[in-house]
Design a protein around this ligand. Sequence first.
Ligand code: AMP
Length: 346
Amino acid sequence: MSSNRSEIATNAAAASPARPVVLTCAQPTGRLHLGNYLGAVVNWERMQNDYECYFGVADQHAITVPKVPAELRRNTHACLAQYLAAGIDPARSHVFVQSHVTGHTELAWVLGCICPLGWLERMTQYKDKSRKQESVGSGLLYYPVLMAADILLYNANAVPVGEDQRQHMELARDLAEKFNREFSPTFNVPGAFIGQAGARIMSLQNPEAKMSKSDPNQGGVVYLVDTPDVVRKKILSAVTDSGSEIRACSGSPGIKNLLAIFSAVTGEPVADIEARFEGRGYGDFKKAVADAVIARIDPVRVRYEALMKDGAHLDSVFKAGAEAAQRTAWRTLSKVYRKVGFVQRT
Ligand code: AMP
């Protein structure tokens, strides 16, 4: 994270004297799991101290593949409630729904007009996803342009993304550079926190694979909204091996994963945990991991449940976030519209 910080600080200094801007857009997937929390949301929460953060719930990206409308609506609220419960603070950050800020699609149109079709057709995520479906909406092809608009609209200096988004980030940078070249310098060329600084959490049932909401074996996935009983059961049934050594290098990926989880939720270094559990059995260790995970995430679940009962509060957070985001968006858009030759909107 420290090298990223200096990269961002340099970008920011060039862009404005204010705090560097970070943009995070995540699709409303419903329930966040322990991997999302420890690998991403915990870092977002910390970033609020140093950066001006925009957190978008990407409902427009979500509909690039078919969605059940009532579920999408519910998941959008649920996603916000989980972010807030996990420490995303609307008093310090801008939290909004992508479709509430019209600037995203407006800028995407302009960027799409300078984006060669070939740039989109070679995106590997598009190729993978379209191969799996009989017919695809053109929104799926256009997705990376909308993502570039999400980022460039706020002149973000950095975007925390997973490795799978590297190619889309490159496209956003290429589009920013192309626009700056063809018109005049307008956009900051964003950096990325590729890979992020957070823990990589594996499935409890198949510790060779990342914990994922699409895991067919849901026993391996701990959700933030799971009750303590459910969390305990999942962790006590985690796959280990027939050994007994509680060491990250013991050769058991299950134990390595549990040590990583324990360390991530408590902040205790892995070596200290190993020393503390030397000579003790897997049973004792798993119980301790379950207790530590529950102590960390159960307050999040309790706050989440209270927030989900207060739809008016969630809507008011979205309203304030959208107003702030739209103000920034409009500043960028009015520049862009002037540069491409649109008559000023009165
Ligand atoms: P996804 O819902 O898979 O798009 O993930 C949302 C965010 O959570 C991304 O920043 C991912 O990098 C992060 N993430 C997802 N799964 C894991 C995992 N098992 N361990 C760590 N981070 C994860």
